[in-house]
Ligand binder design. Structure first.
Ligand code: IMP
Length: 194
């Protein structure tokens, strides 16, 4: 089975992606290849950051690799925080502070439409490939639920009433932005192994 490095140290993401793609590909984390580097993410697009991370691993460690970058795009805020979602409330990557800031920004805003968007960049056999996943939904007025991570407690996907953090990972992982992008990655990988 092909081995691919997933350029992340986020255990939630690793679990999510392994559940979807583990019968096609052996997914190895950064920790497992001994990479503890602070990988640069300096692009102003999700695709650019995903590619930057995957190329960094290929260049410095030699492995074929994929990397993801995700942003929460809020319609009424001109798609902010978007590519800056992790650092929305400051450089500390503090999810509680990020959610509190976003809820405050949206205090008097009626249009709660938002979407999570994930870009995955794959470097395989010297070629670059991009995959995108989107889930549409809306921002709640308060935090609800305890599972998941990041902005999960304030995001309700379309056709659901619970936030990602209330519905739990089993449901989230079938409908999420990352699941959509990983399914596209898996479909691509499965055509290679035929
Ligand atoms: P990144 O993909 O790690 O760069 O994530 C960017 C920001 O979006 C961080 O603040 C994450 O916590 C948040 N984020 C990424 N994926 C999810 C998700 O599935 N649910 C909620 N927040 C997420």
């Amino acid at each position: 089975m092909k081995t691919l490095v997933f350029a992340t140290n986020n255990k939630h993401k690793l679990d999510e992606v392994r559940k979807i793609a583990s019968d096609l590909v052996n997914i190895v984390s950064l920790e497992e290849i001994g990479c503890h580097d602070d990988i640069p993410e300096t692009s102003d697009t999700l695709e650019g950051n995903a590619l930057q991370k995957a190329l960094y691993i290929k260049e410095h460690y030699g492995f074929d690799c994929f990397a993801d970058d995700t942003g929460l795009e809020v319609e009424a805020l001109d798609n902010a925080p978007g590519v800056y979602s992790a650092r929305y409330a400051g450089p500390g990557h503090d999810s509680e502070a990020n959610m509190t800031k976003l809820l405050k920004e949206m205090d008097n805003i009626e249009n709660r439409k938002a979407r999570f968007r994930t870009a995955i960049a794959l470097i395989l056999n010297g070629k670059e490939h991009l995959f995108e996943g989107i889930v549409n939904g809306r921002i709640t007025k308060e935090k609800r639920g305890t599972s998941g991570f990041g902005y999960d407690p304030i995001f309700v996907p379309d056709n659901y009433t619970q936030t990602f953090a209330e519905m739990g990972n089993d449901i989230k992982n079938t409908i999420s932005h990352r699941a959509e992008a990983v399914k596209k990655l898996s479909a691509f990988l499965s055509t290679l192994s035929e």
